[in-house]
Structures are given as structure tokens and as C-alpha cells.
Design a protein around this ligand. Structure first.
Ligand code: GLN
Length: 283
């Protein structure tokens, strides 16, 4: 079949679910990933022919896109802080808001500083690995309750050639890791069950619930555990950085106040939502 005919089928089947531009960019990504073809091929060779064998993965991807499986899971990878990360259904797909959190952590820091860092609920490892990459002398530790996530995060550390110490553990019951940290960062689950109604099908049906949702009655359950842990395990003047639920900025800031954190700062993300919080420990 001609490549342009396959593209027409993609638009015919998918333009009712996604925008025309999105479908084109999925198609270009897929031909690049699966067939090694560059996106301008149709402009230069309008009658480029695809063999039966090469059609197969494209049509398989088409049927998955129809079910709104995220493109990142279909091709098995994504980009975060200009680094490549492999992703599968066991981990959340890294978000641009989380890149903003990492940029905030890096703000004003010397890349040679020696620091003990902990990322709580690391998932794909995107925060821990991009910090390790940008702070050459940091000792980065990353915790997750899910062995499946840790296996992916370990692969991502290898792909990006950084050393991160991965630890399996549950922050809800963890007392200490036997060392003090200069910086703790976390993007824990924070979407309330009642907020599911405003979420997209691709997130709801394909990304891991355990990385996303919290009960309506206890929306800060992870933050309570993380802030208490940070209070006990940060070194003097240690910093805590959190990604937060946009509707709970005030409540989450108050939690940091309750635990005597100082210089508490709430920041908005690129979409103008309250999304990040920082505080300095004091005892
Ligand atoms: N920002 C993510 C979303 O809206 C949620 C991430 C999280 O729960 N930590 O899909």
C-alpha cells in the first residue's frame, strides 16, 4: 500500500476522536519509530510504497489509538527534560508540569553541589534521573512501592547513564531510610476520585490508578506521610519540593506550615494552575 493511503486511513478512522493535527503527528511519530522514516517523506516521495510486513505495526497502532491507548505506551517511550524514558502501563507518563517542578528544583543550584536527594514515588524515574543528570555530584535515591515501576526506572537510569539508588518501600509506613537528605522531591498520587469526571479516557483507562488517585475523604494522605517523613529525615535547612493538586494549594501549604516548614512558596504551572510547593525544614 502507498504510505499516503495509510495516512488517509489514519485520518478517516481517528479524526473523530483526535484533532487532525494530533493524528498527523501520531502518524509521523509511528513511521519514524517503527519504520525509521522521516516525517517529510511524503513531501519528497508522494508515492512511497510500504510492504505488507511494514504495514502491520502501523495498523496495530491504529487500532490501539482507536481505543485511546496513549501514543507514549504504543511506542514505549517518551521525552522528559530532553532525555529519553521508556514507559509502559506500569508507570505514569511524565507530564510537562513535572518538568517545571524539576526546573524549579534545579534553579540556582550549582551542578557540582554534593547533595543527598530523595524522590518519593519515582514511577518511571523521570524526576530522580533528570536531577542526577543535571547535578553530577548528587547522590540520588528513589523510592517506589511498585516493583514494576522500579524495574522500568532502573532501565531508564541505565538508558540515561546515571547512578540512582532505587529502593522499594511504602511512604505510608516508612519511618526512615537510615540517612539524612538535603532535598526531598515528590509527585505523589493526588487526583480525587470525584475529579475523575473531568479526566480524559486515555488517562482514566490506561494509566495506573495507583499513581493517580486518592480517596475524596483523604486527598492529602500521601502529602501527610511525605511532609512528616521530610520533617524527620531532611538535614538542617533541607528543602522539600512537591507537585500538588491544583485545587488543594491552600490545604497543602497549610500542611507544610503545620510541620514548621519555612519560606513556603506556591507556584503555578504553565497552564496557570497552582501546581508546585516548596518549603525549608525547621526544627
Ligand atoms: N498531573 C497528573 C494528571 O492530571 C496527575 C499526577 C499525579 O497524580 N501525581 O493526570
Amino acid at each position: 500500500m502507498l504510505l499516503k493511503e495509510i495516512k488517509t486511513i489514519f485520518h478517516k478512522e481517528l479524526d473523530t476522536i483526535y484533532s487532525n493535527g494530533e493524528v498527523s503527528s501520531f502518524f509521523h511519530l509511528l513511521i519514524e519509530e517503527f519504520l525509521g522514516l522521516e516525517r517529510f517523506i511524503l513531501a519528497f516521495q508522494p508515492n512511497y510504497v510500504i510492504s505488507k510486513e511494514d504495514e502491520q505495526p502501523l495498523f496495530e497502532a491504529l487500532s490501539q489509538l482507536r481505543l485511546q491507548r496513549p501514543i507514549q505506551y504504543i511506542i514505549g517511550k517518551t521525552c522528559f527534560m530532553d532525555l529519553d524514558f521508556m514507559v509502559s502501563e506500569g508507570v505514569l507518563i511524565p507530564r510537562p508540569e513535572t518538568e517545571e517542578l524539576v526546573q524549579w528544583v534545579l534553579e540556582g543550584k550549582d551542578e557540582n553541589e554534593e547533595r543527598n536527594i530523595l524522590d518519593i514515588g519515582t514511577g518511571s524515574g523521570c524526576i530522580a534521573i533528570s536531577l542526577a543528570k543535571n547535578m553530577k555530584n548528587a547522590r540520588v535515591h528513589a523510592l517506589d512501592v511498585s516493583e514494576e515501576a522500579l524495574a522500568i526506572a532502573r532501565k531508564n537510569a541505565k538508558i540515561n547513564k546515571v547512578a540512582v539508588s532505587f529502593i522499594q518501600g511504602d511512604i505510608l509506613t516508612l519511618d526512615s531510610l537510615g540517612l539524612k537528605f538535603d532535598l526531598i522531591v515528590s509527585n505523589p498520587p493526588y487526583v480525587r476520585e470525584s475529579e475523575k469526571s473531568v479526566m480524559q479516557k486515555n488517562v482514566l483507562e490506561h494509566e495506573p490508578d495507583s499513581a493517580l488517585f486518592v480517596p475524596d475523604e483523604t486527598p492529602l494522605v500521601f502529602y501527610e506521610a511525605i511532609v512528616a517523613f521530610a520533617q524527620r529525615n531532611l538535614s538542617e535547612k533541607g528543602e522539600l519540593f512537591l507537585e500538588i493538586n491544583q485545587n488543594l494549594g491552600k490545604e497543602t501549604s497549610q500542611l507544610l506550615e503545620t510541620y514548621n516548614f519555612l519560606e513556603i512558596e506556591l507556584r503555578k504551572d504553565i497552564f496557570g494552575n497552582d501546581r508546585m510547593l516548596k518549603g525549608i525544614v525547621s526544627r
